[in-house]
Write a protein that binds this ligand. Structure first.
Ligand SMILES: Cc1cc2nc3c(=O)[nH]c(=O)nc-3n(C[C@H](O)[C@H](O)[C@H](O)COP(=O)(O)OP(=O)(O)OC[C@H]3O[C@@H](n4cnc5c(N)ncnc54)[C@H](O)[C@@H]3O)c2cc1C
Length: 763
């Protein structure tokens, strides 16, 4: 396996780290040695390494792993050239001196983010965020600087989770075509909620312990249409109880999936969003309902923190809105169970999606066939037939809260103390605030979300159909992050769209918000979707591993202006319009033949709307291993998304003065034209990069298709006589075909590429 990062790492600093660690761990017990061996083995495979490191980190935190053993991991992580793991663990070092020593060695190894923290002795000075040049104010020169200054030092990036998952493997239904001009559109296991939890929802939970009610704030930063809040308010009023708001930062429980070993906690950009959303909601709550509605900010394990606040406020009940990521489903069930065992009443509600994923059972195998299994059309068909959605709930007029802010020991002074967003420092102490441009680019508040929705529905809906493919996003809502973080209710958006003649004005827009539910349906039935191809044979597909290429793609330095514009916009603002996401994704997977999981990870960390279900669904489809293989061509040189080149000119300022007709393909301009526009190619400051590949796009595409054909030909049992991929239908996903083998949409190119001998015999 070729590592995808830090090839520049010299051996000298590594030796120094190992020496430092050896000195520290010379008395390591036999158990420590075994653990070290396990780590070494694990690091041979980065996916396993991540799982192992994560578990060891948790063990250390629980006091079950000595600091010396953890230090050994540092050396190994450094050895394995996995800086983000190294830095994450470095944070846990028991003393500032130890931290400084190891981080200094990392600095010598060229990891500037670590360098920023070398010698640092406070928790705030986290090394997790990079000294990268990105996230600068959005003026032209800074954009250019951001893109031009990409260097080896940026390896740690603005990402807290940029891990090499090199070992992970990984069209769309012909009948579902409703793509933007020149492009597409487009969620896995029944929600295994505990019996206790079902009881809780039905209001059969155990007797109340205290008089008050806790509202456990999660991914639902809003007052309007908030089912858990409305229910808590109603119960509190009826029973003359007091309501207390609590938010708990527990990133380890928030998306770490120990089953798969993959951490999907919110990425850097989402954490910035969450921080601002909390600030804004705390303000809204206090302004509207009084000081007693202030949110109590806590850090720690969910269950312990909830119990501590409940006991200090004499609360006997906890109300919350559910989450749907596999790790979070498990967390919900565990926390609910533990609280109920301790005698609390727990009630959970559906506030994130339009419908619960387990509600939708595809009616395939009966009557008329509509679309391919697991794609949007059959999903919509069932969705529309189900009972009408509940009406969106109004913002509560009043809330029964205490007269003053609850005084609970160990509560943090404010959002900042949650330490969700950690900024690195340069050796001279200067803070590198990569989050500022993100905060500036968005009005991260509930009112901001409602205003955008209102404006779009009154002025923009009629433009959506014709303009939704445009890169400059003039015709789309830009509401995805608000919906993802629960600042805007999906149900409200759906209902308001219908009320304003949505289906008539734009059939596509009316389907978009349901597409989101499809992503969660897929994640529910394929909980491994973020890391494993849904089409099992594709797991054996050969992908290119090239750290330099990946880095160029991440930082918008591919030499293909449309791709670079999109990736730079993403880096700076945390967002891109859908067609551009598709162009960038297709470029990585189809043309560079690089694993979709690299793209998925990068998007997860850099998107303000980074959503496990949607992101993994879309990346699986881009990588062709998802249910809805993309069945269209997305050339990086296409002009349809940016016909006048203004999007490229904005995000790729090195090219801004080129005549329009060359903006998508600057290499076709003559020397004189380039000179007149002040454009030169190269890697120096102010220059635009040479193309990272000059092979004919069609040839690259064919090579990728051949890799897929090769992997499929090795798994004949998963292909039917017509050359279609076949999957086993998950339990609970259909009304009558669960457990059977089902043909899924497969691109005709792929069907043709298979040798006849690898097709299942005709019956
Ligand atoms: C490779 C790739 C990765 C993506 N990752 C994410 C992600 O992590 N989070 C995310 O929210 N979207 C993701 N999308 C989907 C889509 O690009 C964004 O939802 C959309 O661009 C957001 O812009 P908007 O709010 O203006 O969308 P609009 O066009 O205004 O659509 C309205 C809403 O519909 C929903 N929606 C739109 N497109 C999709 C879709 N393809 N699947 C599911 N729901 C959709 C969103 O909630 C969106 O806000 C991804 C797309 C691609 C190609």
């Amino acid at each position: 396996m070729v590592s995808t990062r830090t090839r520049h790492l010299g051996s000298k600093p590594r030796r120094e780290v190992i020496r430092a660690v050896k000195a520290e761990t010379s008395g390591a017990s036999e158990r420590n040695k075994q653990l070290a061996q396990r780590m070494r083995d694990a690091l041979a495979n980065n996916q396993a390494a991540y799982r192992s490191l994560k578990q060891d980190t948790l063990l250390f935190r629980q006091g079950e792993l000595p600091a010396s053993a953890l230090q050994q991991r540092f050396a190994l992580a450094l050895d394995a050239e996995a800086p983000s793991m190294f830095l994450e663990l470095a944070e846990l070092l028991p003393s500032p001196e130890q931290r400084a020593e190891l981080l200094q060695a990392a600095q010598q190894a060229g990891w500037t983010a670590a360098a920023g923290s070398a010698g640092a002795d406070t928790q705030e000075e986290s090394p997790l965020k990079a000294a990268g040049p990105g996230w600068a104010p959005l003026d032209r020169s800074r954009v250019q600087q951001a893109a031009m200054g990409i260097s080896a030092e940026d390896l740690v990036s603005n990402s807290s989770e940029v891990v090499d998952e090199a070992s992970w493997q990984s069209s769309r239904g012909e009948k579902d075509s409703e793509l933007p001009a020149g492009v597409q559109e487009g969620e896995p296991r029944p929600l295994k909620r505990s019996r206790r939890e079902h009881k809780a929802e039905a209001g059969e939970a155990g007797g109340a312990k205290g008089k008050g009610i806790l509202y456990w704030l999660r991914q639902d930063f809003r007052l309007h249409d908030n089912p858990a809040l409305s229910a808590a308010a109603q119960a509190a009023k009826k029973q003359a109880r007091k309501l207390t708001f609590v938010y708990i930062a527990s990133l380890d429980e928030d998306g770490d999936d120990l089953e798969t070993g993959v951490s999907w906690r919110p990425g850097g950009a989402c954490l910035v969003w969450i921080e601002e959303a909390l600030r804004s909601m705390d303000r809204d709550l206090q302004q509207r309902y009084g000081r007693g509605a202030a949110i109590l900010f806590r850090r720690g394990a969910y269950c312990e923190e909830l119990q501590a606040v409940a006991s200090a406020t004499d609360s006997g009940a906890v109300y919350y809105n559910r989450r749907y990521e596999p790790a979070m489903v498990a967390t919900d069930a565990r926390v609910t169970g533990q609280l109920q065992e301790a005698g609390y009443e727990v009630r959970s509600y559906s506030g994130l999606l339009l419908r619960e994923p387990s509600e939708i059972r595809l009616e395939i195998g009966s009557g008329r066939w509509v679309g391919h299994f697991g794609t949007l059309s059959p999903f919509l068909r069932v969705f529309d037939k189900l009972p009408a959605l509940p009406k969106p709930l109004p913002t509560p007029q009043s809330l029964p809260v205490a007269d003053k802010a609850p005084n609970v020991p160990d509560t943090l002074a404010g959002v900042a103390q949650l330490r969700l967003v950690q900024l690195p420092k340069r050796p001279n102490g200067e803070v590198i605030d990569w989050s500022a441009p993100l905060r500036e680019a968005w009005d991260i508040s509930e009112s901001g979300a409602l205003n955008i929705m209102e404006q779009f529905l009154s002025e923009g809906l009629q433009e959506y159909e014709a303009g939704r493919h445009l890169a400059d996003a003039r015709a789309v809502t830009r509401l995805s992050a608000y919906v993802h973080h629960g600042q805007l209710s999906a149900r409200l958006l759906h209902a308001e769209t219908a009320k304003r003649g949505g289906k008539k004005l734009s059939k596509t827009f009316s389907r978009r918000i349901i597409w989101r539910d499809l992503a969660y349906w897929q994640l529910h039935h394929w909980p491994q979707m973020p890391v494993k191809p849904i089409r099992q044979p594709y797991e054996g597909q050969e992908w290119r591993e090239d750290a330099g290429m990946l880095r160029a793609w991440q930082r918008g330095r591919t030499g293909y202006p449309l791709v670079d514009a999109g990736m730079r916009q993403l880096w700076l603002t945390g967002w891109m319009q859908q067609s551009i996401r598709m162009v960038c994704a297709a470029f990585l997977t189809e043309y560079l033949n690089m694993h979709w999981i690299h793209g998925e990870r990068w998007f997860h960390d850099t998107l303000v709307d980074g959503d496990l279900a949607i992101n993994s669904m879309m990346w699986q489809n881009a990588g062709k291993s998802g249910l809805d293989q993309w069945n269209f061509t997305l050339l990086p040189t296409s002009t349809s998304q940016d016909p006048d080149g203004s999007y490229i000119a904005r995000w790729v300022p090195e090219l801004a003065n080129l005549p329009k007709k060359y903006l998508h393909m600057p290499w076709t301009a003559t020397e004189d034209t380039l000179k007149a526009a002040g454009v030169s190619f190269g890697s120096s400051e102010g220059q635009y990069p040479h193309r990272i590949t000059t092979e004919v796009m069609q040839d690259l595409r064919r090579k990728n298709a051949e890799c897929i054909a090769e992997a499929r030909s090795r798994a004949p049992d998963s292909i039917d006589e017509g050359g279609y991929d076949v999957i086993t239908v998950p339990d609970g996903s259909t009304t009558r075909l669960d457990g059977s083998k089902m043909r899924i949409f497969t691109k005709s190119d792929y069907r043709k590429l298979l040798p006849r001998s690898s097709l299942a015999p005709q019956h």
